[in-house]
Write a protein of this length. Structure first.
Length: 332
């Protein structure tokens, strides 16, 4: 019996020791794990704390800036208040002077009424002749609608100038003269354009656009005309058709002036028909573009082919002007 009890007691003791050892081992492991997790938690806490400190510092800087702005506004308001207080004081002083000046003001009003009465009486003593002259001065002078038989009521003017060799050699000084004279009969228009007989613009920067009518622009046109050279086939057809297509409009009064000496095209009738197609007419039969022409008799100085081209130019332009409400002027 004693051996059994001893054996049982020893087995119990060993089991108890094993359980105790396992428990202590578990506790040690928990402690180790806890110590390992503490640095991570501390690091996270430190970063969170630094972030809060940075945000608080930013808010502090912002509050200081707003405080500075508010202080400036406060100083400005105080200054404004001081100025307004001075204005109020000055107005009160002026108000106190008004009763004393009232009597003087009444006297001035009485004098003014007397002067106005005398002035009215003087105006009523005007003679009939003086009143007639006054009415004439108030009425603007009437502008003649024609100059030399050419209507000058257009708002826009276009020049088509033959830049061929014959014109440059034999008529260029007269071209400049007639150009200046034509501009003079139009004191003020809404737009000007200058092209050669091939439809090439004098100023490429104003291609397809109106040149503004100013004294400076008119001078620039005349200055450029002195030395202007451009290829020409001695026929105004291309320039006329391009000008009508680009600048013809139902809501504008446009006049076209052709300066030339020759027509070297094949058919006069075809040109007339082509212009009729593009230069449409309104309900009253008026064309969109009025066509005038000035013939320079350069090619009439010789005989043969040159003379015939001059005759054909005069024939063509006379017909075009007649059909398009214009005037043909042949120079001698």
């Amino acid at each position: 019996m004693s051996r059994r009890r001893r054996a049982a007691t020893e087995g119990f003791n060993l089991s108890f020791l094993d359980a105790i050892s396992c428990g202590f081992g578990a506790i040690v492991i928990l402690l180790v794990l806890t110590k390992m997790g503490e640095p991570v938690a501390l690091e996270a806490s430190r970063l969170d704390l630094e972030g809060r400190i940075l945000r608080l510092e930013e808010e502090l800087v912002q509050i200081r800036g707003e405080t500075t702005v508010l202080n400036r506004e406060l100083v400005s308001r105080r200054t404004q208040h001081s100025v307004e207080s001075e204005n109020v004081a000055r107005l009160r002083g002026d108000l106190s002077k008004i009763p004393g000046e009232y009597a003087t003001t009444r006297e001035f009003s009485e004098v003014q009424e007397i002067v106005e009465g005398r002035l009215l009486a003087a105006q009523q003593t005007l003679t009939e002749e003086m009143m007639r002259l006054q009415r004439q001065l108030e009425q603007p002078p009437k502008r003649d609608a024609t100059v030399g038989g050419i209507p000058v009521d257009s708002e826009y003017i276009i020049f088509i100038i033959d830049t061929s060799g014959s014109m440059a050699r034999g008529a260029w000084s007269r071209v400049q003269q007639k150009m200046a004279e034509t501009l003079q009969i139009y004191p003020k228009v809404k737009g000007i354009q200058v092209m050669n007989d091939m439809g090439k613009y004098m100023f490429s920067s104003y291609e397809g656009k109106w040149i503004p009518d100013t004294p400076g622009r008119r001078k620039a046109i005349l200055d450029r005309l002195r030395t202007w050279k451009a290829f020409s086939n001695s026929s105004p057809v291309e320039g006329i058709t391009r000008a009508v297509r680009v600048f013809g409009a139902d809501d504008k009064k446009v006049s076209l002036y052709v300066f030339g000496d020759e027509f070297t095209g094949e058919s006069i009738q075809k040109v007339i028909e082509a212009v009729d197609r593009i230069n449409r007419r309104d309900a009253d039969g008026n064309p969109r573009v009025r066509i005038h022409a000035v013939g320079f008799p350069v090619t009439f100085t010789g005989f043969g082919v040159s003379e015939m081209t001059g005759v054909r130019f005069a024939t063509l332009m006379r017909a075009l002007c007649q059909r398009n409400a214009g005037t043909f002027v042949g120079l001698n």
